[in-house]
Design a protein. Structure first.
Length: 345
């Protein structure tokens, strides 16, 4: 019988070479399958520490839009201390100029979670422009946390001087102008006589100094900075009277995002609540974060008045905000806070 020899003179016959190639291919394929199953090759399997798949999360990253204010210090703290990553979640914090703009980005799909004062969440719901949910609280008012300030040369020296004056706020139809209106009315001023000028917090100090506005509603750290930098003085504290202890800000998401990603939302809530509790117990943690993400000096951070950092979502407390918005005509119909709240799982 004739055919190809199995072995050549030096043990390298064609048939043997073919067998060696087959054995090599089989060994390589087996090794690749084994390694990819262990996550050592760059395939789609993601099973490393903190991976979303390990914890059953629907995704491993969320983008949060936030202003550089004291309210969000726990958000930065949670990211820095690894509370989000320990839950399998990467959180990108994207700067935004105001709460309403954050909510606009949220509705358009530009971010996953928006930090904002509460009115934009309620107004979007009332107007039917979007189905939103409140997933966490950020800050509640304490004395000195939201103050109407005026430059030394401003004609506004007391609440009664506000009639016909220009007041800077971050946005209209928000907690900023509504809290000023509530406090003004308490002092006998017709809220309709005040002209509100929207602008970001960082621009208000210059606007007061140049006289383009007569007063500005500032939140920390901008209250302390304006006082130090231009000698701005307090006209009245909006965190007193009808707005004392008022829930100021929180985090919201689209209803469809919450429905599709319930475990992601729950992980975000747990990690943030841990940081909120720590911030409430130790203000030095907040001071340190403000120096990092808000770029303020240590002295200013120590002088700042801080609000409270809630760790739970209480419908009765949050209902105060839509009630106030309805009272001042921002909402044309009443909204129930309980219908928007996503309680932690």
């Amino acid at each position: 019988m004739t055919g190809l020899p199995l072995l050549g003179p030096a043990g390298t016959g064609p048939a043997l070479r073919r067998l060696r190639r087959i054995a090599t291919l089989l060994t390589t394929a087996t090794l690749a399958v084994t390694l990819s199953g262990c996550g050592l090759l760059g395939g789609s399997t993601n099973t490393g520490p903190g991976a979303a798949g390990d914890r059953g999360l629907e995704r491993d990253k969320v983008v949060v839009g936030a202003l550089p204010v004291a309210d969000v210090a726990p958000l930065h703290l949670a990211r820095e201390r690894g509370y989000f990553s320990a839950a399998g979640l990467e959180v990108e914090i994207r700067p935004v100029p105001s709460g309403p703009e954050a909510v606009t980005l949220l509705l358009g799909g530009g971010i996953d979670i928006a930090f904002s004062t509460y009115p934009p969440f309620y107004t979007a719901t009332a107007k039917g422009t979007g189905k939103l949910r409140i997933v966490a609280e950020a800050l509640a008012a304490k004395a000195g946390t939201a103050v109407l300030m005026a430059a030394p040369n401003s004609p506004v020296r007391q609440p009664g001087d506000l009639t016909g004056r220009k007041v800077a706020v971050t946005s209209t139809g928000s907690i900023s102008d509504v809290s000023v209106m509530a406090a003004a009315r308490m002092h006998g001023v017709d809220p309709a006589s005040i002209s509100f000028v929207p602008m970001p917090f960082p621009n208000m100090e210059t606007a007061m100094q140049q006289g383009s506005v007569d007063a500005a509603l500032l939140a920390e750290p901008f209250v302390t900075k304006a006082s130090k930098n231009i000698g701005a003085r307090e006209v009245f504290d909006t965190a007193t009277g009808p707005t004392a202890g008022l829930p100021l800000s929180g985090y919201g998401a689209r209803a469809d995002f919450v429905d599709r990603n319930p475990k992601v939302v729950a992980a975000f809530q747990r990690a943030l609540a841990r940081a909120q509790a720590e911030a409430e117990a130790d203000r030095s943690l907040v001071e340190a974060q403000l120096q990092k993400f808000a770029g303020i000096d240590g002295e200013t951070a120590r002088l700042m008045k801080l609000g409270s950092y809630p760790t739970s979502l209480e419908p009765s407390r949050l209902q105060r905000v839509p009630n106030l918005l309805f009272e001042f005509g921002v909402l044309k119909q009443q909204v129930e806070a309980k219908d928007l709240i996503v309680q932690p799982r």
